[in-house]
Write a new protein. Structure first.
Length: 523
């Protein structure tokens, strides 16, 4: 499935593999900077807390030491982690299995791949595949510890919690959304020491990197978390609740998954009076989904909530199989005896339509997303690498330009992910035309490339737009059009000349307009 999508992507990107987002190139740029200069950031030897993951850039750095600075590394790592997730789900079902049970679980595995959807993770090129695998392993281990407390199976699974908890937060900060419900349930079961040890180890990577970032002049949390995360702190409660409600409305598949999980938890509760691993798994998944919707985003090539979808689907599917096993082992014969299994099956069936549509949509969206990034961000990177190597440029999408850019080029990120001062200005509500003008003058920026509709009221006086590139099909780009600005009057002639030289090398589907096109034949 992945290689079929890979072929569709190459057909839309002139044979050059491209991720469906600009963000994976930020991680690649950080790993590149670690490899070449030993610094965490996108400018040579300069710190910037621009990665949403602590562990992922280090993993890329380790891979670079083996295979070199290759942009295909995140793709193949995600193929590996997606495959590991399938294996983990496959072996999570234990106990006596009939032939029909094995067949049903195989069908579930195929649905799991399509519904997450796992095949898109390699094209996101980020840490979400790793996060999914660690989340599934952590939650399954926790469900077994909670269900089999005091048994021989308890001790080794408990140790796994202490290993997997810090790996979860190393993968993504959202790992805490799963760890906190597990810890609460451990406390409820009287496992105070295990709960506090697990939370302490989970917080350790966050605290260690946070203190390092503070020592480097950054914030305790990464810029991406500060800019993209949602919190009632520092704003009105009504505004925060309105944003939460908007995120809930934008994620009906997660709402449906919660309802299915709640139904599967309750159905057949009298068949087995003690909570099963599947029920504990549901009890972990539901509050994790709630915490994510309260504080984080969804969407963007299905990546943000991939770990929740995988966890929720596994929980509901496992619960349905547990009921089937319980009824089969009890020798139940009539349909009336099998009502818990039918109820759980109905809960599973309730997610087929929304997640089936999600899986089908992924096949359409992924190649278009890669095409958009190729025609916009990758072409910007080629342009700057050819004509502005070693100079200072301001952009609002920092990934591809910084990874593919020449060494010692200097990038000012006006969106804030990679430029600390911008993050500070946004958070302190100091961000505006005066700030943009000041930082660009200080950094000696010559050229800026921006999404105009984001910065329409904040373009400093004296900046002159000399051209635009417009793509016709796009999915994850911030806008279909970027505008090139000469920040200084003396930079205009050079920018016009460079854009004219590069115009013939742009993909034909990119529409070029502006001053630099005057007298130039349309490519």
């Amino acid at each position: 499935m992945v290689m079929v999508l890979h072929g569709q992507v190459l057909a839309r990107t002139d044979g050059r593999f491209t991720y469906g987002l600009d963000d994976p190139y930020i991680h690649l740029a950080v790993a590149k900077n670690l490899t070449l200069y030993g610094a965490w950031g996108i400018n040579a030897g300069e710190f910037s807390s621009c990665s949403s993951s602590i562990g992922w850039p280090f993993l890329l750095w380790a891979a670079f030491s083996l295979v070199g600075l290759h942009d295909g590394v995140p793709f193949w790592l995600n193929v590996f982690f997606a495959s590991a997730a399938v294996v983990l789900v496959g072996v999570s079902l234990t106990g006596p299995l009939t032939r029909w049970m094995r067949l049903a679980w195989m069908v579930f595995l195929v649905a799991f791949i399509a519904f997450v959807p796992l095949e898109t993770l390699p094209f996101s090129g980020m840490e979400h595949g790793l996060h999914l695998v660690v989340t599934l392993a952590l939650a399954v281990a926790a469900s077994r510890v909670l269900a089999h407390q005091g048994s021989a199976e308890d001790a080794p699974k408990a140790w796994w919690l202490l290993v997997l908890a810090p790996l979860s937060t190393l993968a993504r900060y959202e790992g805490m959304f799963v760890i906190l419900p597990i810890a609460a349930m451990l406390v409820w079961r009287g496992r105070w020491r295990l709960a506090f040890a697990m939370v302490g180890l989970a917080v350790l990577p966050i605290a260690t990197f946070g203190l390092y970032a503070l020592a480097q002049g950054g914030f305790f949390l990464p810029n991406s978390v500060l800019l993209k995360g949602q919190s009632p702190v520092g704003g009105s409660l009504s505004s925060y609740l309105a944003k939460v409600w908007a995120r809930v409305n934008a994620a009906p598949h997660l709402v449906r998954l919660c309802l299915a999980g709640a139904g599967a938890f309750v159905v057949g509760v009298f068949v087995r009076p003690t909570l099963s691993p599947g029920q504990w798994l549901i009890a972990i998944a539901l509050p994790a989904i709630g915490l994510h919707l309260a504080f984080a985003q969804t969407g963007f090539l299905f990546r943000y909530e991939a770990y929740l979808v995988g966890l929720g689907l596994l929980a509901v599917g496992l619960r349905a199989m547990e009921l089937w096993q319980a009824c089969a082992s009890a020798g139940r014969r009539t349909w009336r005896d099998w009502w818990p299994v039918l109820g759980a099956a109905a809960c599973v069936a309730s997610v087929v339509l929304p997640f089936g549509w999600r899986g089908a949509y992924a096949w359409t969206l992924t190649p278009i997303a890669s095409q958009g990034i190729y025609q916009q961000q990758v072409q910007m990177a080629r342009f700057f690498n050819r004509h502005y190597a070693g100079r200072t440029v301001a952009v609002n999408d920092i990934g591809a330009v910084s990874f593919f850019g020449a060494d010692r080029s200097n990038w000012v990120d006006l969106w804030g992910l990679a430029t600390q001062e911008v993050t500070w200005a946004v958070r302190e509500k100091q961000y505006g035309v005066g700030f943009i003008d000041s930082i660009c003058r200080r950094e000696k920026v010559e050229v800026a490339v921006l999404y105009n509709h984001y910065f329409q009221a904040m373009i400093p006086t004296g900046w002159e737009a000399v051209g635009t590139w417009t793509i016709q099909e796009w999915a994850t780009n911030g806008s279909q059009q970027v505008t090139f600005y000469a920040v200084k009057p003396e930079a205009k002639a050079d920018l016009v000349a460079n854009l004219r030289r590069f115009s013939a090398d742009l993909p034909p589907a990119v529409i070029q307009e502006g001053t630099y096109m005057a007298g130039l034949a349309t490519p």
